[in-house]
Design a protein around this ligand. Structure first.
Ligand SMILES: Cc1cc2nc3c(=O)[nH]c(=O)nc-3n(C[C@H](O)[C@H](O)[C@H](O)COP(=O)(O)OP(=O)(O)OC[C@H]3O[C@@H](n4cnc5c(N)ncnc54)[C@H](O)[C@@H]3O)c2cc1C
Ligand code: SF4
Length: 510
């Protein structure tokens, strides 16, 4: 009897574990564009185009390679609008007596799929996702018994495990594990940032763009200027483009923000790595080869490898070890609604406007925009973690629950009480001024704090510090902030708190 092999939209590689030992003559691959998956959040239109188009290209490819494929294209009138319904129907139609799949990337679907064997009345084999460098169990074993989980130590394990950027004697190349201190330069236009890699949409992608315009018109963002890769070959070319043109400066300007450059020296590879078009380890190996060949400096390559081998693996481990409770965490007790300008970009704060507008156009913003601009503002303003998490899940082409949630709830909102990060990434306008050229173009004045035209980040920062004294005063990494705050004159502190209160009452007007 044949097996049904379900391939999800973020599993677009023939190296996926569900296809191991499969028989292309007998077994049937099932793929489906279903309403439930396309609408569980207000996904950016470009994200839907990317995934539907990449799925269609993948299905065509495997079919041409001799696989039997059942592919359900999206239509609002399709009878089956959930993955379970599609699989149930395929079981009835083919007489298959087993379902094989690879574990998915979010708790919601994971829970559903783990009940399928009862609901569908056939064995359902859910295989580990071997694209990750550490399995869930390996992460849990590493975490066991540790008082604090810190990415840096996990990252070193991953370096040892893969041998990436390691000497034959088992030491880190360059004599250090981490070159982060070299990676904090402001970018002033030189060297020029490379244009991002672009692929012109082919006919299949254009069809999907029309479909998204017709059926997902009310979703966030735009399909205009869609230029993402949708095949492994083009994603590979995007990787080459990054290594040739951006990697050499990736480290230096990793934390920089620009008023007129959306992409700077970032790789823009996360959408491809996360959906299976690129393999994360192969991406790291390509960067390491560039260092060995003298084509990129060590601070750039180590910094890049750390993001994938370290942060990416670490947040995934945190997610699976702590779900479903993790999603409900709100240790700072935030209650404020997400300001509407997160959806429109309609705010006088230049840095926020620029980050949100780039997000709307590109389904992309780089890490520092996500962390220190839109994230920092939500932290300082005390936005409910659930609302800001939903926003991040919706607006980025690379957003999946396993990676978005720990980054937002843990890293940005500190809502897990410091489980993921040792201190909140709270910062005043000074940080944004130091790392960007936004402030000179802003309605607000970054060097003012209490006046009507003062940068909102300034008073909100001190308000945050003051209102969370009980949460942070004993944190050794925050002690200096509290000493600075306590040293200020009482009238000054009062004025800052008053301004903070006023801002919080009317965030929408900012
Ligand atoms: C609030 C917030 C939300 C985020 N949401 C997501 C998300 O939904 N999906 C996502 O893939 N990344 C997310 N990140 C991490 C990071 O911002 C993106 O991976 C990165 O901006 C993607 O762009 P890039 O490919 O140009 O990355 P680069 O800057 O070129 O980095 C290289 C690669 O490292 C990996 N990486 C870097 N930082 C992280 C990180 N913190 N966690 C996991 N992987 C990382 C990505 O695979 C990325 O492609 C988030 C970060 C923050 C602060
Ligand atoms: S002045 Fe404040 S609000 Fe304006 S760009 Fe600078 S940091 Fe952002």
């Amino acid at each position: 009897m044949p097996n049904l092999i379900l391939i999800l939209g973020d599993q677009l590689t023939t190296n996926i574990s569900a296809l191991e030992d499969a028989d292309r003559k007998q077994d049937r691959i099932v793929m489906a564009e279903v309403h439930d998956e396309a609408t569980y959040t207000n996904h950016h239109k470009k994200k839907i185009v990317l995934l539907f188009s990449a799925m269609r290209h993948f299905a065509q490819r495997v079919e041409a390679d001799g696989w039997q494929v059942h592919y359900q294209a999206y239509h609002p009138d399709n009878h089956e609008q959930s993955l379970e319904a599609v699989v149930a129907r395929q079981l009835r139609e083919t007489g298959a007596d087993r379902v094989i799949t690879t574990e998915c990337g979010e708790w919601r679907l994971h829970e559903q799929m783990s009940q399928w064997h009862e609901r569908l009345d056939v064995p359902v084999e859910i295989r580990p996702d071997t694209r990750f460098i550490a399995s869930k169990q390996e992460f849990a074993d590493w975490a066991e018994g540790r008082k604090q989980l810190r990415m840096e130590f996990f990252y070193r394990e991953m370096r040892r495990k893969t041998g990436l950027m390691m000497t034959s004697g088992g030491k880190p190349e360059g004599g250090q594990w981490n070159f982060d201190a070299d990676n904090r330069r402001k970018w002033t236009g030189k060297p020029p940032a490379p244009a991002p890699f672009r692929v012109e949409p082919d006919e299949l992608t254009r069809e999907v763009i029309d479909l998204v315009e017709e059926h997902f018109a009310d979703h966030f963002g735009t399909t205009e200027d869609f230029h993402f890769a949708v095949t492994p070959e083009d994603a590979e070319r995007a990787l080459d483009h990054f290594i040739d043109f951006a990697l050499p400066c990736f480290g230096d300007f990793q934390d920089a923000i620009s008023d007129d450059e959306d992409w700077l020296f970032h790789s823009i590879l996360s959408p491809y790595i996360n959906c299976g078009l690129l393999d994360p380890l192969a991406v790291c190996e390509a960067a390491a080869r560039a260092w060995h060949a003298g084509r990129a400096p060590i601070n750039a390559v180590e910094g890049f490898v750390r993001q994938i081998l370290g942060w990416r693996e670490f947040v995934r481990g945190i997610y699976w070890m702590n779900m479903p409770g993790y999603a409900k965490e709100n240790r700072l007790g935030n209650t404020r609604a997400l300001p509407w300008f997160y959806w429109t970009g309609d705010t006088k704060m230049r840095c926020m406007h620029k980050a949100i507008d780039a997000t709307r156009r590109n389904a992309y913003a780089h890490h520092i925009q996500r962390l220190m601009v839109t994230g920092n503002f939500a932290l300082l303003a005390g936005v409910r973690p659930e609302e800001i998490c939903d926003w991040y899940l919706a607006v980025y082409a690379d957003a999946y629950d396993w990676v978005e949630l720990p980054n937002v709830l843990g890293m940005v909102m500190h809502a897990d009480g410091g489980y993921l990060g040792s201190k909140p990434y709270a910062a005043s306008g000074k940080y944004i001024q130091r790392m960007s050229d936004h402030c000179s173009n802003c309605h607000y004045k970054v060097n003012k704090s209490t006046e009507a035209d003062a940068c909102p980040f300034n008073a909100l920062y001190w308000h945050f510090i003051d209102r969370h004294r009980d949460d942070f005063a004993s944190n050794p990494r925050m002690g200096m902030m509290y000493r600075n705050w306590d040293r200020q004159k009482p009238e000054r502190r009062e004025a800052l708190l008053r301004r903070g209160d006023d801002l919080l009452i009317d965030l929408e007007q900012l």
